[in-house]
Design a protein around this ligand. Sequence first.
Ligand code: SF4
Length: 291
Amino acid sequence: MIRYTSLNEYCLSAFGKKLYKLSVDGGFTCPNRDGRCGTRGCIFCGADGSGAFAEHGTDIKKQLEKAVLRIQAKKPQGYIAYFQAYTNTYAPVDILRERFSAALEFPGVEVLDIATRPDCLDTDVLDLLEELNKIKPVWVELGLQTAKQSSVQYIRRGYGNEVYTQAVNNLRKRGIYCITHLILGLPDESQEDMKNSLQFALDAGTDAVKLQLLHVLRGTDLATDYENGKFQTLTLEEYISLLKTLLSMIPSSVSVHRITGDGDKKQLIAPLWSADKKRVLNTIRKALAEE
Ligand code: SF4
């Protein structure tokens, strides 16, 4: 059996209970879209800025109330307020403070979880996160995606690997929990390339990883390359085999917050097998248990 520390297991040991994610849209944009780094975004990123499940609007409290209603039946005992869409530290610090504080003050929120880019963590932002981390745990999610140089260029990530390493260092020095996103199945990436990217994140000192299957979404430049036959997406069997290899590399002290993806089904072009998330997760869990 291949063992790994899941998000639920981590929450049970750190908080004594399962926590539920409430995804919110902080109303930010992204330097890879507004012209600072680029205007077309990362090649795989959909129009929602990788925040397909986030509530929308600038009133954080209202968004959280709506998100709570959606999961009420599960009788949750605590929440992770997840700023998911776009780059959630890409705004003046006073605006960040207002939006993050609104989330932290929301009843039942136990963790503030912020998805961002490593090149959007200046000292004033880090100071704010360190301050908030003293009130309740702050998690920062960094979209590394890959450490392979040619893929970094291809996906138009817009920052170098050393910027990621420095950001992880800065976060860890301030006691902030760091989660790294990696995409599996990028064009022209071998299993060895993906192992190298994972090892790069582990060596940098990430506290957790999210392993995300490459999704091809409608309207992206990645979709154009896919439709022109420039690459193929992974089969479920290939993905499971890859997962087995990668999960075996991850020590139990590093949690794995995701083992597949969360793409918007309406926008998904490939791989279509990934749309049935429940079946995919069951198949993966069974395969890992049989190993
Ligand atoms: S993936 Fe993130 S950094 Fe890249 S374009 Fe989308 S929101 Fe911006």
